[in-house]
Design a protein around this ligand. Structure first.
Ligand SMILES: Cc1cc2nc3c(=O)[nH]c(=O)nc-3n(C[C@H](O)[C@H](O)[C@H](O)COP(=O)(O)OP(=O)(O)OC[C@H]3O[C@@H](n4cnc5c(N)ncnc54)[C@H](O)[C@@H]3O)c2cc1C
Length: 160
């Protein structure tokens, strides 16, 4: 089955999610494809969990400095609360909230691996080509023009 849309965003990490959401809000027909979790590395494996671990480690280090400064302390590290907070912050590594947010903006979400293939009957110039983009134009206008100016059509195939 093939369908024509204005924009296909492959990879819904922070960059893709933001772009796809804003383009959908601007009224374009947008498909976002993500093979893992919408939000990408940052909320599930990168920025957020790492800061929770670093914060916990900082607290332990600070508490160990109490003797000599402000009395006495006994510090017993426990990974359990750290893991619990990470699970809460990542929704146990589910992205339903993010998918709903994107679809709430009018986007269409596909879970799978996106691949760009060229659909062209021209054997001489089989690449996907995108027309020139004026630098001063806002992003959405640039993309809208780029879609309109594309001389070939790309079909995105969710693989798995
Ligand atoms: C430990 C750690 C801590 C970090 N801390 C910070 C921080 O504090 N502040 C900060 O600004 N940055 C931080 N970062 C960096 C931040 O995570 C990345 O800069 C950010 O996630 C990049 O976003 P992105 O959208 O470019 O890519 P990604 O987050 O990598 O998203 C790309 C998405 O595309 C998907 N994808 C790729 N190919 C396909 C395909 N063919 N089809 C479908 N889906 C596909 C992937 O599954 C992924 O979800 C940290 C990173 C790490 C590892």
């Amino acid at each position: 089955m093939s369908e024509k849309v204005d924009v296909v965003v492959i990879g819904m990490g922070p960059g893709g999610e933001d772009a796809a959401g804003k383009l959908a809000e601007a009224g374009l027909n947008v498909v976002g494809i993500e093979k893992e979790l919408v939000g990408g590395e940052c909320p599930y494996w990168g920025c957020i969990p790492s800061k929770m671990m670093i914060r916990a480690a900082d607290l332990l280090a600070e508490a160990r400095r109490i003797p000599g400064f402000a009395g006495s302390s006994t510090v017993t590290p426990d990974w359990g609360p750290v893991a619990k907070r990470v699970r809460e912050a990542t929704d146990n590594w589910t992205d339903k909230v993010a998918v709903d947010r994107f679809e709430g903006k009018g986007g269409h979400f596909v879970r799978g691996v996106g691949r760009i293939t060229v659909v062209s009957s021209d054997p001489v110039e089989p690449q996907l080509t995108v027309g020139p983009i004026a630098a001063a134009k806002p992003l959405y206008d640039q993309l809208r023009d780029a879609v309109a100016a594309a001389r070939k059509e790309a079909r995105v195939v969710p693989l798995a």
